[in-house]
Design a protein around this ligand. Structure first.
Ligand code: 173
Length: 347
């Protein structure tokens, strides 16, 4: 009997010890949860500093990178403690035509590139060269939203904004032509120019900007496509005799972001980044003066202008846009048709 009571007492003691332990455990857990919640709330309001890795599809010394550099430097000053951009480099870090894969896979967070360089992950991207309304208008009329829907759904890429506009493309040649006919000429292209140059009779070879100088120097090509500005960054004026006017389409260079990286930002960081991108876009008018300055610089460098007659110019431009859209509509009927409605209002 005595023994039984003692056993019972031990059991009671153990039970009460267990109860105490459990209570303590619950208290500790509750305290940790509260601490975690406080920390979570703190993080949500003022996230830890996030650094985004940025790569450029153009070489470091190009005008687009220099322009963007001023932007990310200001962003880094204003974003201390919240958001920073670390510029990793140009095509030496990620080859020009690989930037799409890199931003899609999240190898980098941010990429600056024209659509033409990431058609391997999103063929539709090249269609942005056909826009005839400004990016500001695209934001107002729903085009920007639609672009983002497609870019995010098809490629996991956020289209943050476009920071190059008012830069028509031109044909640069080392052989004279008398009319819109490129028969017998071999020209360097990207998807921007491929269809229209071929339609005008040219043979084409695709290269990244970094390979154009050597192709010209060795006489592998008779000319190339490029916007009105930027040829001096690559020293191509040394191997360029003519520019053909008028220019056509509009060089589109944009900032892209990996969707996962975007989703990992807290709302405050996203708002900050969007505000910075809008400030960058608000500067796009500078490209108009840059276009004039570069045309003058080309003139001074001895580059002669081959000017189509007004009739030739009109049919060349109509053809360029028709061919550009036809190619995209054939490849991606639904998206390209919608894009065409949204971004080509003037014609
Ligand atoms: O490389 C190119 O000619 C090209 O496609 C491009 C696109 C936008 C800006 C500059 C060049």
């Amino acid at each position: 009997m005595k023994e039984t009571r003692t056993a019972q007492a031990r059991t009671d003691l153990r039970d009460s010890t267990d109860t105490t332990r459990i209570r303590r455990l619950v208290r500790t857990l509750a305290a940790s949860l509260a601490a975690a919640a406080t920390l979570g709330a703190a993080l949500a309001c003022s996230a830890q500093e996030t650094t985004l890795r940025l790569v450029s599809a153009f070489p470091e010394n190009s005008v687009y990178v220099k322009h963007l550099e001023r932007w990310w430097q200001k962003l880094n000053t204003e974003g201390k403690g919240s958001l920073q951009i670390n510029f990793v480099g140009g095509p030496r870090a990620i080859p020009t035509f690989e930037v799409g894969n890199a931003v899609k896979a999240g190898v980098v967070d941010l990429v600056m590139s024209p659509g033409a360089f990431y058609t391997n992950v999103l063929p539709e991207a090249d269609a942005l060269k056909l826009a005839e309304i400004t990016i500001a208008e695209q934001r107002r009329n729903g085009a920007f939203e639609y672009i983002n829907k497609v870019w995010q759904e098809k490629a996991g890429i956020v289209y943050l904004g476009r920071f190059v506009e008012f830069q028509p493309f031109h044909i640069y040649l080392n052989k004279r032509i008398e009319r819109p006919d490129l028969t017998g000429l071999k020209l360097r292209v990207t998807t921007v120019y491929r269809d229209i140059f071929q339609a005008l009779g040219a043979t084409v070879v695709t290269t990244a900007p970094g390979d154009v100088y050597t192709a010209l120097e060795r006489g592998v090509v008779d000319g190339y496509g490029w916007p009105i500005g930027g040829i001096f960054d690559f020293n191509w004026q040394q191997h360029t005799k003519f520019r053909v006017d008028p220019g056509f389409y509009d060089a589109e260079v944009s900032l892209l972001m990996n969707l996962g990286a975007w989703n990992r930002l807290v709302p405050k960081q996203r708002e900050f980044l969007q505000k910075q991108v809008l400030e960058l876009e608000a500067q796009n008018d500078i490209w108009k003066k840059y276009a004039d300055d570069e045309a003058e610089r080309q003139r001074q460098a001895g580059i002669q202008v081959i000017r189509f007659s007004p009739e030739q110019a009109k049919s060349f431009l109509d053809r360029a846009y028709d061919i550009g859209w036809a190619a995209h509509i054939k490849a991606s009927p639904e998206i390209a048709t919608r894009l065409r409605t949204l971004i080509s209002s003037k014609r």
